[in-house]
Design a binder for this molecule. Structure first.
Ligand SMILES: Nc1ncnc2c1ncn2[C@@H]1O[C@H](COP(=O)(O)OP(=O)(O)OP(=O)(O)O)[C@@H](O)[C@H]1O
Length: 223
């Protein structure tokens, strides 16, 4: 059981190639960190894994089946910007219900207060709204989670609480998880393995790589 990326090619329309023949896997029950400089393609990778973007070539499979093009997405993406992931006109009760009947226990673990359920996204702080996006992503049929700078808007104590709750659920359900983050300490704490995004560019990515510092190249090369 794994989320498997094989021979992935992708570049945004009109942009330079970001991924060439990239391959890696995330075993169910493991947490994999993805690191890389700003603009290197981490969020793009998250969108590809979740099925929001389609690869130009290559394949992404989920527990042996191709990533579905429609219907429920077994790879759920938790965005860096929660306000882009929800209908801003709906009350939070409906935002949650659109995904599934989130158990009260999960709401409590994520620190979601009952009074927030009757508000709209614009009436919550970024961190409060993000808790709802995490709860939504924990659909019973979710197999893998991709967390893209998920806790960037939280203070350190809340960040630690949210990660503790989420990793507990992930481990309990045997989900696989990809954590995209700029924070090495966070990745050290959470992840079983780290993948520098540079490693996924393949030999053809060396044209872009040459614009970066020798230290970054060495780090990528030794990974
Ligand atoms: N929809 C798009 N159309 C064209 N180019 C895009 C699009 N989205 C992102 N890009 C470009 O693709 C590259 C990778 O962007 P991406 O957001 O994946 O990087 P990132 O590593 O997540 O960056 P950050 O750490 O700053 O969030 C950037 O050069 C960006 O400008």
């Amino acid at each position: 059981m794994a989320l498997v990326v094989s021979g992935l090619d992708y570049g945004h329309p009109g942009g330079e190639p970001l991924y060439r023949d990239a391959s890696f896997r995330v075993e169910a029950g493991t947490v994999v960190g993805v690191t890389g400089p700003s603009g290197s393609g981490k969020s793009t990778l998250g969108a590809l894994l979740a099925g929001d973007l389609r690869p130009r070539a290559g394949e992404i499979t989920v527990d042996g089946a191709p990533l579905p093009g429609r219907g429920f997405r077994p790879v759920q993406l938790i965005h860096q910007h929660p306000e882009r992931a929800v209908n801003l006109k709906w009350r939070m009760r409906s935002v949650l219900r659109e995904s599934h009947a989130v158990p009260r226990e999960t709401l409590d673990l994520l620190g979601i207060r009952s009074e927030w359920l009757d508000r709209r996204p614009g009436e919550l702080s970024g961190g409060e709204l993000q808790r709802f996006c995490i709860a939504r992503a924990l659909h019973p049929a979710t197999r893998y989670l991709v967390a893209d700078e998920m806790t960037a808007m939280f203070d350190a104590i809340t960040q630690a609480r949210i990660w503790h709750a989420l990793i507990g659920i992930v481990r309990e359900r045997g989900l696989g998880m990809v954590v995209i983050s700029h924070e090495p300490a966070l990745l050290d704490r959470l992840c079983d393995e780290r993948i520098p995004v540079e490693r996924l560019r393949g030999p053809a990515g060396s044209a872009r790589r040459s614009r970066w510092s020798p230290a970054a190249r060495d780090a990528a090369g030794s990974a």
